[in-house]
Design a protein around this ligand. Structure first.
Ligand code: C2G
Length: 146
């Protein structure tokens, strides 16, 4: 395969198998995978809550995956064009919850939306943990701070 740089973006909070699948499939589309991890401040603006794991922790987790060649902090959604160009990305990959939202970048790279892994999300995990009865038990860790 010719050298082909793939770029993808995400918060990757409370890293789960849905995140892993999208990263694995993105890596298969090229020879080098770059991941933009959304900054804590960007999440506060976008979702009105802080991620469970800090940006430093999320960068460390995603950056440690064998499929990932490089991670960087995504400071703003408006900088996508800049990030794509500065990393020389040939392909932008996003989950299909973003379908159509990044078509404007087709002038500088290929844009691919991959189907989300069903039935798993950070929000569902937080709710499952919160409802598990573990939180608040004597001797249990303090509740998630988010
Ligand atoms: N994902 C998936 N299947 C799931 C959950 C997530 O394929 N069950 C994918 C999403 O589609 C996305 C990636 O995993 O491509 C990261 O998901 P999030 O952390 O939820 O990313 P998000 O907060 O949507 O941030 O600039 C874009 C944003 O940074 C995207």
């Amino acid at each position: 395969m010719h050298n082909r740089t793939v770029i993808t973006f995400g918060t990757f909070d409370v890293f789960h198998v849905g995140h892993l699948r999208v990263i694995e499939r993105a890596a298969h589309l090229g020879t080098r995978l770059i991941v933009g991890v959304s900054a804590d401040a960007l999440n506060m603006r976008k979702k009105n809550r802080a991620p469970v794991f800090s940006q430093a922790e999320r960068l460390a987790i995603v950056g440690s995956l064998k499929q990932v060649d490089e991670v960087f902090l995504e400071e703003s959604l408006e900088l996508k064009r800049h990030y794509i160009l500065s990393y020389g990305a040939d392909v932008l990959v996003m989950g299909d919850d973003w379908e159509g939202r990044f078509d404007e970048f087709r002038d500088i790279c290929e844009v691919v939306y991959l189907p989300r892994t069903p039935a798993i999300s950070t929000t569902a995990l937080i709710e499952k943990i919160a409802g598990s009865g573990l939180i608040g038990m004597p001797g249990a860790e303090p509740a998630l701070s988010a």
